[in-house]
Design a protein around this ligand. Sequence first.
Ligand code: 13P
Ligand code: SF4
Length: 402
Amino acid sequence: MVAVLRPPTIPITEIEQSAFCRTDDDLSARSLEDEFDAGVRWQKLPLGYMRMKPDELDDRIAKARARLGDRVVILGHHYQRDEVIKYADFRGDSYKLSQLAASQESAESIIFCGVHFMAETADILSSPDQKVILPNLTAGCSMSDMARIDDVLDCWDDLQDVLGDESVVVPITYMNSTAAIKAMCGRNGGIVCTSSNAAATFEWALARGEKILFLPDQHLGRNTALKFGIELDKMIVWNPFKPLGGNTEQQVRDAKMVLWKGHCSVHTRFTVEQIAQAREKFPDVHVVVHPECTMEAVQAADSNGSTEYIRALVSDAPAGSVIAVGTEISMVNRLAAENPDKKVFCLDSVVCPCSTMYRIHPAYLSWVLDGLNEGVVVNQISVEDEIAEQARIALDRMLAVA
Ligand code: 13P
Ligand code: SF4
């Protein structure tokens, strides 16, 4: 018998993670040709766009955007670069942006300045005749890449084999996953969650089953389970590269939570030591982190929440507040600039953007806008009908409970 091996996944998004880490604090866009000098492998563009200087691009985007009027709506995630987010009609966290994608019925096209799983979700939730565009097709998410559908299906089968009728497992997938994984949750009585509604989806799941399979971020899963009083010894981590995820059958039977072995390379950089240093330097500091951070960092912080939660916390804080933030640097820099009466800084002194959010360079936005003005849809994200239908079930459950 010939063994059929799956092609290996090359985690290029992780390798690239440090390409734009700087100590000089300057992340302003350069021409795309100059940024490619960092050795990155992004989507190729016509040479004219590669060579355009930032000012030229800015001018071109503004004109192309104005010509399109309300035929297009631009959604921007908080982690986008300043040069891109300034053109977003709406900004938000992934939950808010998914609601917006579902409600922009009059726009012919939705340009999603974010990452691939967000654009897929927008395609599933928007009307069938709307087109969703991701300006750079290589803008993925290293965490999402850590859960391949084949491995997830193997895990699901293994859990059913071990547990049989003994207990019901409810799958919850974080929004940061492929449409195929959302569809698997839709088919199997599961739900999607984001960092802003994970607790509500846990409540929903625990009312329907004894165990939760949480994909693909072990940290968000663990941090949320702890809020529900689930003890650490009732949580197992599922490593897709090991038989039974690296667990014994007994461990699977005893577990309440099965946490997929995935993580965010940006948020796992934040540490308890950084938090201690911030407190030493500024005794009145409020430390807020994203729940993709490790359990230790989340517990050492004063609060945690989604990017929209962090944005609101900083903007609602009284003048003079000192706030240390554990999330992506483009967002932290923007919060600092928008709140000059407060001291807002990133917990990590080395400036590293989310390398995949960063792939939406203004040249790509300019290219797709020009395309629309010429009647050409560039980089459309289109989820296969059957997958979209099943994924929608899990997304609708989230929208109903959140
Ligand atoms: P939010 O839903 O909080 O915006 O998080 C999305 C994300 O990818 C954070 O890394
Ligand atoms: Fe993915 Fe982390 Fe980037 Fe969010 S910050 S898009 S989880 S790699």
